[in-house]
Design a protein around this ligand. Structure first.
Ligand SMILES: [Zn+2]
Length: 836
């Protein structure tokens, strides 16, 4: 009983109560009472149709009663008021409480908000018992709101929603749009409110309510687009050297913070009076705002107000001292650690500067590596390996001890290649050197270790992430190269063209929802998200990312590194960043149901969420998320766009030439091109009249005729039909079929079009998409070409075999013992001085 009572305080026992009423009473009885249906007919209908929804459908399809009459009947049996929304003016901030996608789906509209009670009208009262209402519960309870239900007609509700959409679009066009914030359910500290004088706040209807950085504050504005507000905000920024993250808010919210401010000021006055003496100097940013307001007599401030402001300045000073906030002198522990690390790294800089260490800027050939090996210096050898890997554009370096040698492989354009084979006695030295660089434990060889370091290469800083794994032959090292200076590629650079580009540009304008990039590891998903992030990252938008690892640094974005080992997982991180009130969230990867649920939840509560998932194609993402335990309805309501992708190698432009393909393949490609949906004219324009493919012959600038990579994509945009399939848990193949009918270009089609453009080869596309008998097709293609392409660079002579003693000159006259002695000496240095 007690728990039931407690429950009834919660909005959503509303739904369970209503479901009971719905199952025990029939709307048909209302019509009998009203004389619309004869009692005998009612009995027949009731015996034939088991529930109200079925009865409703029967009555409507036979045009026995109107929709309005049905909803009024529901209002009687559910004891909920019937409301006609007609011309009711609904504030934008109320409409925004529930994402539009959800309101349309449920046919509900929030129309009033008073004291945390949200009035919601439903046009589909017969469905309110559906379990999907739990998502409404999620949305509203996240905002601390209670619910009051009303019944209306679907026509009324759609009218309101369409009207709202118009004003929303109008706003976007004319003024840009600020995120809405509700101050009433926030914990706001006095010290922020008091940054501005009370009367100034009352008069100009704005309030500073939070701080996001030393000189960054958040400000809520009742009338953000008025000239007055614009002038004030610009003024505050300029004269105090501050930055604001701006939000629009309601009149009630400003009234609320005003009362909060007043209460705070009263309470603090006595206390502060004692503290204020001689402490003005500590006020920092706060007094700057006030003093600039005072001294320059800014717009909106009268002389009277200025005087009051001056008084308040004193009060404020006291508060700040108590709070221990001194923006200028504030150094967090994190910054301290960072500083220390940087200092200690400075001393090692020479060691980490590849150019200085090797005496040359770059290692470009195997011969040069050979020369370095002869010098028998382990630090130089490691530097040479990294330098050579960078020159070849590798993304990873694998150093693998085997029974008789150490194998060094580079991953270039996604393919692992054998590069060097070192004698086994180099293994320990190389591993130790990498451990020293990566600040890892030298004496730990039995458990996996991770580390990272940065090096200078050709005047740029390159981050290297190290992972070491014990194997039977010793520790295997993988170094992942993160070349931040390469910058973030644009969507165009990544190969988004035609409809794909247009769709992305459209979808990133939406204020909430999930954009999902899918594909296997190494398919470039996160690169795509970075490019999107870079497009939408603007001042005034709070972007937070959770990544593992942080691959690129994006200015102005709060990037967080996930540390699952210490409990900072994606799900945990997401939970805490939601409290930071971001607009846009990037979550590196959805790996578990926790993260999946939180990401969809975040999207439904008004955030734009960018994330990735491992699936083969776009359509499979929906069943995958459902398998992860996310309510299908939540998925379809929150996901806006699914991008599936693969990376294919780009043909080297320097040695590109035309290539013939077998007639059979040509035919199958023609067929494929014919199935391209006739929806987007840009996509159709990409289809060439002549089917001509290309390849790289191989030259000294490329690897096997390829240089760099480009993405091939398929973009699945949600529509009603796809949503229905997903909700009814239909297989991915059916979803894909529907998406193609709606105009989706598949990855393979996009790839073929790129091959026709001479960007990649048809082999690459078929390999990457693996949809037809790849082996056959490729061998056919090869048979048909006149001659085997010359292998580019000198990859044919790779790997350089130093382990078996050839080339003989390699180790010169140095004896093994001599080499070992040198190595041991080096190790000694390393051990005694880990900072080397
Ligand atoms: Zn080439």
């Amino acid at each position: 009983m007690v728990s039931e009572k407690k429950n009834s305080l919660n909005n959503f026992s509303i739904f369970s109560g209503l479901s009971q009423a719905l199952s025990s009473q029939s709307i048909i009885d209302v019509f009998v009472v009203q004389g619309l249906v004869l009692p005998a007919d009612a009995e027949k209908i009731k015996s034939r149709y088991q529930n109200n929804l079925a009865i409703e459908r029967f009555l409507l399809s036979n045009k026995l009663v109107s929709r309005e009459a049905i909803n009024k009947a529901y209002s009687i049996i559910l004891k909920l008021p019937f409301v006609s929304l007609g011309n009711l003016a609904i504030p934008e901030e109320v409409l925004k409480i529930i994402p539009e996608k959800v309101t349309r789906r449920f046919l509900v509209v929030p129309f009033n908000l008073k004291e945390k009670i949200l009035s919601l009208a439903t046009g589909n009262p017969g469905e309110i018992f559906l379990p999907q209402n739990r998502s409404l519960e999620d949305i509203l309870s996240a905002k601390g709101l209670k619910l009051e239900l009303f019944i209306s007609t679907p026509e009324d509700i759609l009218q309101v929603l369409n009207r709202g959409q118009k004003t929303r679009k109008g706003l976007l066009l004319s003024k840009g749009s600020l995120p809405v914030i509700f101050l009433r359910n926030r914990n706001i500290e006095q010290k922020y409110l008091q940054l501005l004088p009370l009367d100034f706040m009352i008069k100009n209807r704005l309030a500073i309510f939070d701080q996001t950085g030393e000189w960054n504050f958040r400000i809520a504005e009742e009338d953000p687009y008025s000239a007055q507000t614009r002038q004030i905000v610009d003024y505050l920024k300029k004269n105090n050297n501050l930055d604001f993250e701006e939000f629009s808010t309601s009149k009630d919210d400003i009234d609320y913070v005003v009362s909060l401010y007043q209460r705070g000021s009263e309470a603090k006055t006595e206390e502060s009076e004692q503290k204020e003496k001689g402490k003005e100097e500590t006020a920092g940013a706060f007094s700057n705002i006030v003093s600039s307001l005072v001294s320059e007599n800014k717009p909106g401030l009268t002389i009277e107000e200025t005087a009051k402001t001056d008084d308040r300045k004193q009060t404020k000073t006291g508060d700040i001292e108590t709070a221990g906030v001194s923006p200028k002198g504030k150094i967090t522990r994190e910054e301290e650690v960072k500083y220390e690390l940087e200092e200690s790294r400075k001393s090692e800089e020479a060691e980490r500067d590849i150019g200085k260490l090797l005496g040359k800027t770059q290692i470009k050939s195997l011969e040069e590596v050979e020369e370095i090996v002869k010098e028998n210096s382990i630090p130089k050898l490691v530097a040479a390996i990294i330098s050579f890997a960078l020159s070849l554009g590798s993304s990873d370096i694998h150093i693998e001890p085997e029974a008789k040698r150490v194998r060094v492989r580079f991953r270039i354009d996604g393919v692992l290649k054998d590069i060097i084979q070192l004698p086994l006695d180099f293994a320990a030295g190389v591993t130790s050197r990498v451990k020293i660089l990566g600040l890892m434990k030298l004496d730990e060889t039995r458990i996996p270790q991770d580390g990272r370091f940065s090096i200078n290469f050709m005047d740029r800083e390159v981050d290297v992430r190290v992972s070491m794994l014990p194997t039977v032959f010793g520790e295997k090292t993988v170094m992942r190269i993160l070349d931040k200076s390469q910058g973030i590629l644009s969507l165009e650079d990544l190969g988004f063209v035609g409809s794909a580009f247009k769709i992305i540009m459209e979808e990133i304008k939406k204020p909430y929802g999930v954009i999902l990039a899918t594909g296997p590891t190494g398919s470039g998903k996160s690169t795509t998200l970075y490019a999107i992030l870079n497009r939408i990252n603007q001042p005034g938008v709070n972007v937070v990312t959770l990544e593992d690892p942080v691959e690129y640094e994006v200015p102005g974005v709060n990037q967080c590194q996930i540390k699952p080992k210490i409990g900072f997982s994606f799900a945990e991180g997401l939970r805490s960043i939601l409290r930071q009130d971001p607009n846009i969230i990037m979550v590196g990867e959805v790996r578990d149901s926790d993260t999946a649920n939180m990401a969809t939840h975040a999207a439904l509560t008004g955030h734009l969420v960018l994330t990735t998932l491992h699936t083969n194609d776009a359509a499979s993402a929906l069943p995958r998320l459902i398998d992860m335990g996310v309510e299908p309805f939540l998925i379809t309501s929150s996901i806006n766009l699914i991008i599936a992708q693969r990376l294919v190698r780009r043909i080297c432009l320097k040695c590109r030439e035309k290539v013939d393909i077998p007639p059979a393949l040509k035919e199958s490609i023609k067929e494929e091109l014919n199935t391209i949906p006739r929806v987007d004219k840009d996509d159709l324009a990409r289809i060439k009249k002549e089917i001509q493919f290309f390849r790289g012959k191989g030259c000294n600038e490329c690897t096997e005729g390829y240089r760099g990579r480009i993405g091939i994509y398929e973009l699945l945009v949600m529509n009603d039909q796809i949503e229905n399939l997903a909700v009814s848990r239909r297989p991915a193949s059916e979803i894909k079929e529907v998406a193609i009918k709606a105009g989706m270009l598949t990855m393979r089609q996009d790839g073929i079009l790129k091959a026709l453009d001479g960007l990649t080869t048809v082999d690459e596309v078929l390999l990457a998409t693996g949809e037809i008998g790849v082996g056959n097709v490729i061998s056919l293609a090869k048979d048909h070409s006149q001659k085997e392409p010359e292998v580019a660079r000198d990859f044919k002579k790779y790997p350089l075999d130093l382990a078996s003693g050839s080339p003989a000159s390699l180790r010169g006259k140095q004896t093994e013992a001599k080499a070992r002695a040198k190595l041991e000496a080096e190790m000694k240095v390393a051990k005694t001085n880990p900072a080397v």
